[in-house]
Write a protein that binds this ligand. Structure first.
Ligand SMILES: Cc1cc2nc3c(=O)[nH]c(=O)nc-3n(C[C@H](O)[C@H](O)[C@H](O)COP(=O)(O)OP(=O)(O)OC[C@H]3O[C@@H](n4cnc5c(N)ncnc54)[C@H](O)[C@@H]3O)c2cc1C
Length: 307
């Protein structure tokens, strides 16, 4: 019930416009992001790189309503790619299509996406986040179109959706990079498993599919996007039992969550990547982080009373 309440609050326009003004809220969110500016994300990436961790950057924002804003976000990502290259960082980027203008026009959004993919260069994957279920068809469609002409395209899929198994059947043969996550949005029971147990079990089943002979023959890059350490251990045991090697997948986690586990993966010889979010438009994103673990509300309260 708390998850549902927090996810409803994540879509509330009044809260979105007002909460970020409160100092206690800004302090609470700092646990999940190094800062609002790109410079803070770059400094974090340098530190992570020294520790053997990879990074993916995402500038917070979604559902833009002005073409100029979508163009501005695209320009920002082009600058990010130039700066990470100049600094010798292996950082990749992850974009939300509704931030690149999807609600305005899929064609405009696609143009922006391709610009970013081309600037990233063949070896740096541009990851496409998956948003709410009404965007899945168009997101996968644009991802497949981009992959038809560029090798460095990745897309996120969600194990809470019943449809994802079928979607993988169309994505794997095309050799897209795939990030598997559980799913962060409020979805009705006719599209998503309501029980966490089923979401977790489907996650494992989909991972098996991503590590199948077919997927490896298509050279699918597999990113396991979860903080669920028990599930990670189960996946690692599967990899070992199949004798397919630690380089057959990578683990991706969000900045500030399971920090110790992120480092431990590196120590054990797995590829471990931190998704670093930054920017001032953090309210809906932060509410989804609270919904994932309502115990995080205690940090918000602590910061409220420390104010
Ligand atoms: C790299 C990455 C990219 C993502 N991209 C997308 C995307 O494009 N679309 C999308 O819908 N979702 C995305 N997500 C979010 C994802 O869908 C889940 O909502 C989120 O990862 C929580 O699920 P979990 O797999 O960590 O497992 P859970 O079972 O929810 O959590 C397992 C354990 O991890 C810890 N944990 C999890 N979340 C938190 C938190 N917020 N704060 C503190 N501890 C926590 C807790 O200890 C918890 O017990 C992404 C997640 C990651 C890691």
């Amino acid at each position: 019930m708390m998850r549902s309440l927090l996810l409803s609050a994540s879509q509330n326009v009044w809260l979105r416009d007002h909460v970020p003004r409160f100092r206690f809220a800004r302090r609470a969110v700092s646990r999940f992001m190094p800062g609002e500016e790109l410079s803070a994300a770059l400094a974090a990436a340098q530190t992570f790189q020294r520790k053997g961790l990879g990074t993916v950057f995402t500038r917070l924002g979604e559902n833009v309503t002005e073409a100029s804003e979508a163009a501005g976000v695209t320009g920002h990502y082009l600058e990010v790619l130039d700066r990470v290259k100049a600094m010798g960082l292996g950082t990749e980027v992850s974009v939300k299509l509704t931030q690149l203008g999807l609600d305005l026009s899929p064609e405009l959004c696609f143009k922006h996406l391709v610009k970013i993919i081309e600037r990233a260069g063949a070896k740096s994957v541009v990851w496409i986040d998956m948003e709410a279920s009404n965007y899945v068809d168009v997101t996968l469609d644009l991802a497949r179109r981009a992959r038809a002409t560029h090798p460095n395209v990745g897309v996120c899929v969600q194990s809470y959706l019943y449809r994802t198994e079928k979607d993988l059947a169309t994505l794997i043969p095309r050799g897209l990079a795939i990030r598997l996550v559980k799913g962060a949005y409020k979805e009705p029971t006719n599209v998503a498993f309501p029980r966490k147990r089923n979401v977790d079990e489907n996650y494992f089943k989909l991972t098996e599919r991503l590590l199948s002979d077919e997927a490896r023959a298509a050279r699918v890059r597999v990113a396991i996007g979860t903080h669920d350490v028990k599930l990670i251990r189960r996946i690692q045991a599967f990899v070992t039992s199949q004798g397919i090697g630690k380089d057959s997948l990578e683990f991706q986690m969000l900045y500030g969550i399971q920090r110790q586990a992120q480092l431990q993966l590196v120590e054990e010889g797995w590829r471990s990547v931190v998704l670093v979010a930054y920017g001032s438009y953090w309210y809906p994103w932060y509410m989804r982080r609270l919904a994932e673990r309502p115990a995080n509300l205690w940090f918000v309260m602590k910061n409220l009373f420390a104010a």
